[in-house]
Design a protein around this ligand. Structure first.
Ligand code: DPP
Ligand code: ZN
Length: 871
């Protein structure tokens, strides 16, 4: 496969102003008639040939200004249609025949449980018709869809409906027009027998927007949450960013077979069912939260992505990083800001830091790729969002808003670069972000080493911050980053001290330092006793922090830090330190201080219960592995279990008390308060079951049976499945499947609970799940909920010392690659992390990778990940 490089970017030699599509949907295929108004791009050197992208298309006809083109005027190759002697402007007509029914890649036009739908980002449109399939070619689309009226009464495309009429032979047509020029990746089309849920939204300027959600009839009771979230997001974007919706209708469609979570097609968002459908009985709190943020995310793309889009795919983080930042701020405004931040950072530190230290490490604006779908990564998304967040911290909310206003105003209707974004922020704020731009070019996670000293005589506290960044593929040396570093200093009474830097005015009780140099020193004056520093409050920069915390300091921060995020962080550092000491054999018993910290938390009524639940959650095995060079998975797992069971034993009565103190209310409500209570209740249950507490088993059974919501039902099920109560495990699992087998989203939860469980998810069980009637290779959600959950969450079993987990994964990747390369490439990535593990483990993981690499016909997607993974 070819490597595509940012430095080779050239403007397109031709532009397309208008696209007229006529799509005929049939049971054995689809015919696409396309008419493109093409003209030569005046700003580049003229070329005589027009090259249109196309893949897996059967070309039936080519015309130029309505005339058939003779065979000598065009050439069809593997992935291109070339028209020779192209005039300055012409209407290019192309007719292609495609087979959506056989499209298992789920890119382009395909069929999912009886409905036609599309996924065009990044390069799916070229699987529908020949086109200049690149984001800097923006055109107005008119789309006429023709299909059988009975089977496909609903026919949707981008924009507004402008025409509909019956046709012969029981067919009908509906025509849509999108007034906004857009790149082809935002094109969408849907045809099916769907029910429609209506709602409406009045925009800030008083326009009425029709909101419509289209789902299969069995899902019509699962739309309320997404519609409510959509309206909240529309209001929020008006209030916080001054962005109003711009069409008369906004549509959401739920599709069962979908590679991604959702897609922001102009006016017609298409969602993976698992990211949009919910009812209290079928979806957990975590799913409710996920839907809230994804609905908002896709909606926010209407401005950050659609109105202003990317010039090329190297700029993907322009829209994704910014939009993730926007959706996470939105979510923070809906519930607890601190808990929200904890969730984002937890995932960043577990998954993104791991990516940054592995063979696929790339800057948020990569310099090259083979297959762009491999770059929809936690780096582009989550680290991209952190970079935008740093700009927000450096500029402050007002100047940041001025910058985003300028960005949207200056570039509306354009395809631009991350540099244009940063320049708008600079121009609006007057700040120089030259050095800051390194975040876009340099990969890797910077490390900040902190040293401090206190001088009683001069009452000064000295803090030195040194930064460095480990090498990443192709980048041995890094220049220093510019980052905001928020901190506070806690006095002996636990209160924040007044901060005054030597030679400056007092700056309050929490301040943001500008870090730009390899090493910087800060001297705080009027400090009467040695303080405990609260470093990197709110996680103001995506970096690793090194500071020799003592356990007593961590205990102190846990009980006193005014920054909720750092309280949580201290709890995680303390638990991590205890677990590591056990794993390395430096300590034999669980430090009593951890027990007393947890006991105090369980009894703490003053703290937000949601925060308490987060603080009590032990660091995940994935996170522990990420922190440990040459990790021994089994040892880490055993040490973590030892901590968990020893806490549960010591705190047994407290846990029962917490469980009783948070009974389930009569009706489910999606409120922070109720969710926090459910989190605590289910955590207590899980801890108690980890020590085979018979009384807790009774509680779990009754909670399982009586729950009026999926959070509690699944919480009880998961706790039992992860426990040693093998008989109860099987009874509840069978019962659950009996009850929910007709609901694919719930069946996916049922699969994942088993596949992710150290108890239930050993390899023979995983294989049995794959033989289950509900498992379906063609459905990415099923593949993810069994194989993905096993390799990504069930780390003890996946890393079984005999290497069976690795060869199993390799086999599944090889099997999936021909039909769905995008998902196969995602699935294989845990194997590429081999450098993290002790040598025997690393060897076995590489052997599995080589097995995949040895396949004769690997897709470009999987080839890129595996070949880079082996280097
Ligand atoms: N649909 C994906 C997202 O919104 C890709 N744009 O992030
Ligand atoms: Zn996105």
């Amino acid at each position: 496969p070819k490597t595509i490089r940012l430095k080779d970017y050239r403007e397109p030699p031709f532009l397309i102003d208008q696209v007229d599509l006529r799509v005929e949907l049939f049971e054995d295929g689809a015919r696409v008639h396309s008419r493109l108004d093409v003209r030569r791009n005046p700003s580049v050197q003229p070329e005589s040939e027009l090259h249109l992208d196309g893949e897996d298309l059967k070309l039936e006809e080519v015309t130029l200004n309505g005339e058939h083109l003779s065979a000598s005027r065009y050439v069809v190759e593997d992935s291109q249609l070339t028209i020779r002697d192209m005039p300055d402007s012409a209407v290019v007509g192309v007719v292609t025949w495609i087979k959506p029914q056989e499209n298992t890649r789920l890119e382009g036009l395909y069929k999912s449980s009886g409905m036609f739908c599309t996924q065009c980002e990044a390069e799916g449109f070229r699987r529908i018709t020949y086109y200049l399939d690149r984001p800097d070619v923006m055109a107005r689309f008119r789309t006429r869809i023709e299909a059988d009226l009975k089977r496909y009464p609903i026919l949707l495309a981008n924009g507004n409906e402008v025409d509909r009429s019956p046709l012969e032979e029981g067919r009908h047509q509906v025509t849509w027009e999108d007034p906004f020029p857009k790149p082809a990746y935002l094109f969408a089309l849907v045809g099916g027998d769907l029910v429609e849920r209506h709602d409406s939204f009045e925009t800030v300027s008083g326009r009425n927007v029709a909101l419509r959600m289209y789902v299969e009839p069995r899902n019509q009771e699962k739309c309320d949450h997404a519609l409510a979230a959509l309206k909240r997001a529309m209001r929020w974007d008006e209030e916080v960013y001054g962005r109003e919706y711009d069409l008369d209708v906004f549509m959401i469609v739920a599709v069962d077979d979908f590679n991604m979570g959702a897609m922001e097609n102009k006016g017609l968002n298409i969602f993976n069912s698992s990211c949009v459908l919910a009812s209290p009985e079928t979806a957990t709190d975590a799913i409710y939260d996920r839907i809230e943020s994804i609905v908002a995310h896709e909606y926010f793309h209407n401005w950050s992505g659609n109105r202003v889009t990317c010039r090329d795919w190297f700029q993907l983080s322009l829209k994704e990083g910014f939009t993730v930042f926007r959706d996470s701020e939105y979510s923070a405004d809906q519930g607890s800001r601190t808990v929200n931040r904890i969730d984002s950072v937890n995932m960043l530190r577990t998954a993104q830091f791991a990516e940054d230290s592995g063979p696929m490490a790339h800057p948020i604006r990569p310099a090259e790729y083979m297959e762009i779908t491999n770059f929809y990564t936690v780096t582009i998304y989550e680290k991209g969002a952190e970079v935008v967040r740093m700009i927000h911290s450096l500029l402050g909310p007002e100047l940041f808003r001025a910058g985003s206003d300028l960005y949207f105003e200056r570039h509306d209707g354009q395809a631009v670069t991350t540099d244009d974004f940063v320049r708008a922020m600079e121009d609006a704020s007057g700040r120089d972000l030259t050095q800051f731009r390194r975040w876009y070019d340099q990969a890797g996670t910077p490390e900040l080493a902190i040293e401090d000293s206190y001088d009683a005589a001069s009452q000064t506290y000295r803090l030195s911050i040194s930064q460095s960044c480990p090498p990443t593929p192709g980048q041995p040396e890094k220049a220093p980053f510019h980052l905001p570093f928020e901190l506070g200093l806690l006095g002996t009474d636990g209160q924040d001290l007044e901060l005054q830097l030597e030679g400056s005015e007092p700056s309050g009780r929490s301040m943001v330092l500008d870090i730009t140099e390899p090493r910087q020193e800060f001297v705080f004056t009027n400090i009467t006793a040695r303080p405990v520093p609260s470093l990197l409050r709110g996680f103001t920069a995506p970096v690793r922090l090194r500071y020799p915390w003592t356990r007593d300091q961590l205990m102190f921060l846990i009980s006193h830090d005014s920054d909720g995020f750092n309280r949580w962080d201290a709890s995680q550092r303390l638990a991590t330190d205890v677990i590591e000491a056990l794993a390395e054999g430096r300590e034999a018993e669980v430090d009593a201080r951890l027990v007393s910290a947890c006991s105090a938390l369980l009894k703490n009524d003053a703290l937000d219960p949601a925060l308490v639940a987060k603080m009590l959650s032990l660091p995940s095995l994935a996170y522990l592995i990420e922190l440990t060079p040459s990790a021994d998975v089994l040892k880490l797992h055993q040490a973590r279990e030892q901590v968990l069971t020893s806490l549960a034993r010591s705190l047994r009565d407290d846990l029962h008390e917490v469980y009783q103190r948070h009974p389930a209310p009569a009706a489910y409500r999606y409120t922070s308060e109720d969710m926090a209570a459910r989190a605590l209740r289910n955590m207590a249950l899980a801890w108690l079951l980890s020590i085979n507490d018979e009384q807790a088993l009774k509680l779990a059974r009754s909670q399982y049976g009586q729950a009026n919501n999926m959070t509690d039902r699944l919480g009880a099920l998961r706790a039992v499945v992860n426990s040693d109560f093998a008989e109860a495990r099987q009874t509840l699992l069978d019962d659950f499947y009996q009850q929910w087998q007709a609901d694919p989203q719930v069946v996916e939860l049922w699969f994942a609970v088993q596949a992710a469980s150290p108890q239930a998810g050993t390899l023979p069980h995983i294989k049995a799940l794959m033989e289950h009637a509900a498992f379906d290779w063609k459905n990415p959600n099923k593949v993810r909920s069994v194989i993905g959950a096993f390799a990504g969450q069930n780390l003890v079993n996946f890393h079984a010392p005999d290497g069976s987990g690795y060869s199993f994964l390799a086999e599944q990747v090889i099997r999936l690659d021909p039909s769905n390369p995008q998902i196969a490439a995602r699935l294989v990535s845990p194997l590429t992390r081999w450098k993290k593990f002790k040598p025997e483990t690393a060897d076995a993981m590489q052997r599995a990778l080589r097995e995949v690499m040895g396949q004769p016909k690997l897709s470009r997607d999987t080839y890129e990940i595996v070949s880079k993974g082996l280097s």
